[in-house]
Ligand binder design. Structure first.
Ligand SMILES: NC(=O)c1ccc[n+]([C@@H]2O[C@H](COP(=O)([O-])OP(=O)(O)OC[C@H]3O[C@@H](n4cnc5c(N)ncnc54)[C@H](OP(=O)(O)O)[C@@H]3O)[C@@H](O)[C@H]2O)c1
Length: 376
């Protein structure tokens, strides 16, 4: 397949915040330690609009870049040192790239170039080429093989019957899975996921259920919560938050002791009361993982209560290779629901030329399990 690769590919080329066109660009080179993936499906989620417009300092990228942060595709060409991967295999490509000479230096392709000269250098040299393209180059260690027969195969022959578009949530699922692993969430434990209706927080509900936890989904959106309850009538309880800590605390505590909290609040929830309400019912030796993007300089954590109750409060950023391998295993085992089984709905499938419409659709339809993707 590698020998038949064209010299150029089509890609969205972004030259500044909100400025991009579809162009023909040179085909990325495959060198030692890397592979080239022919993309089948590229994720478009609601946050891409913020990233595309760079409306937050963290989304300023060293343009020109090719946007897009996650995708599923097939290996089109492999560097000479690849040992196990093979051309033609269905794979997902993670976008967290770590510098090989200093893994603490890292960037997220299509999202975040870091604030240090080292991370900016890494972005410019390894991460400029994102997933809104026909092909994406990737370090070999960023590639994860997917069991095509199991994931895409028909249920009549033991497959799970997913489409590749239904697999684009795997990146979000891996991020929240990493956060739950970091607090050792156990089967049977009761966990509050708050909020519960965004791209990442819905993923948190899907993953917590897959891990066997009893989930309390705490969010403001009645419609979003109703959808979660419909998908998981036994495993998920829902609490529609009012914003009043006492009222919400009583509602959250009504199901029994709460072992853990997964907070996935976005920047818009800075200063919101959902986290304080959840903390108000956390049990002794309870654990908290902070995986969202609130921008508070301080959080309402009662010092004495945290000390007396031996609470663990952990931040969680992205994932490790083990987390990604684990999330693929959970999907392939069928323990973690995806696609229609998880109540996810495909709201739009777009070509590269229509990437702006894809971004608009992702914003318009943002909500639990809303899927929008590009077929390059
Ligand atoms: N740790 C990591 O490595 C990592 C990786 C990727 C993303 N993230 C972060 O994860 C966060 C969540 O992402 P997302 O895409 O799920 O976010 P989102 O879709 O923007 O928002 C999620 C939910 O937040 C609730 N919300 C919005 N405004 C609120 C407010 N003013 N007060 C209270 N709740 C509010 C809404 O639910 P209701 O209306 O139902 O309350 C909304 O559905 C982002 O900040 C993202 O940066 C972290």
């Amino acid at each position: 397949m590698a020998s038949s690769l064209p010299d150029t590919m089509r890609a969205v080329v972004q030259t500044g915040p909100g400025k991009a066109t579809v162009e023909s660009v040179p085909m990325p080179k495959v060198e030692h330690g890397s592979a080239l993936i022919k993309l089948d499906t590229s994720l478009v989620h609601s946050n891409v609009a913020h990233i595309f417009k760079a409306d937050h300092d963290m989304f300023q990228l060293p343009y020109p870049i090719i946007p897009g942060s996650f995708g599923i595709g097939r290996i089109a060409a492999l560097g000479p040192d690849a040992t196990t991967l093979q051309e033609g295999q269905l794979v997902m490509v993670s976008s967290l790239i770590r510098a090989r000479d200093d893994p603490s230096v890292n960037v997220i392709r299509g999202v975040f170039a870091g604030f240090t000269p080292e991370s900016q250098h890494l972005y410019k040299t390894l991460a400029r080429s994102g997933f809104f393209a026909e092909y994406v180059p990737a370090p070999l260690e960023n590639i994860y093989r997917l069991d095509e027969t199991r994931l895409l195969g028909s249920p009549q022959v033991g497959g799970l019957g997913y489409t590749t578009g239904e697999l684009v949530v795997l990146s979000a699922n891996a991020i929240v899975y990493a956060s739950m692993r970091s607090i050792a969430l156990q089967p049977g434990e009761r966990v509050i996921v708050t909020p519960a209706t965004g791209h990442y927080s819905t993923a948190a509900v899907d993953v917590a259920v897959a891990l066997g936890a009893r989930v309390i989904a705490a969010s403001r959106s009645a419609a979003g919560l109703a959808r979660l309850k419909e998908t998981y009538p036994d495993a998920v309880e829902t609490v529609q938050l009012t914003g009043d800590i006492k009222t919400d605390g009583i509602a959250l505590g009504a199901f029994g002791p709460v072992d853990a909290i997964v907070d996935v609040s976005p920047p818009a929830a800075t200063g919101a009361t959902n986290f304080a309400a959840a903390l108000s019912v956390l049990r002794e030796r309870g654990r908290v993982t902070l995986v969202g993007g609130r921008e508070d300089e301080t959080l309402p954590i009662p010092y004495l209560k945290a000390m007396i109750n031996n609470w663990t409060i952990k931040g969680s950023y992205m994932y490790s290779r083990e987390d990604l391998e684990g999330i693929v295993r959970l999907a392939e085992a069928g323990l973690m629901k995806l696609g229609k089984r998880a109540g996810h709905v495909v709201h739009g499938v777009y070509s590269l030329d229509d990437f702006l419409a894809a971004i608009d659709k992702a914003v318009e339809m943002a909500g639990p399990g809303a899927l929008v993707y590009i077929k390059p």
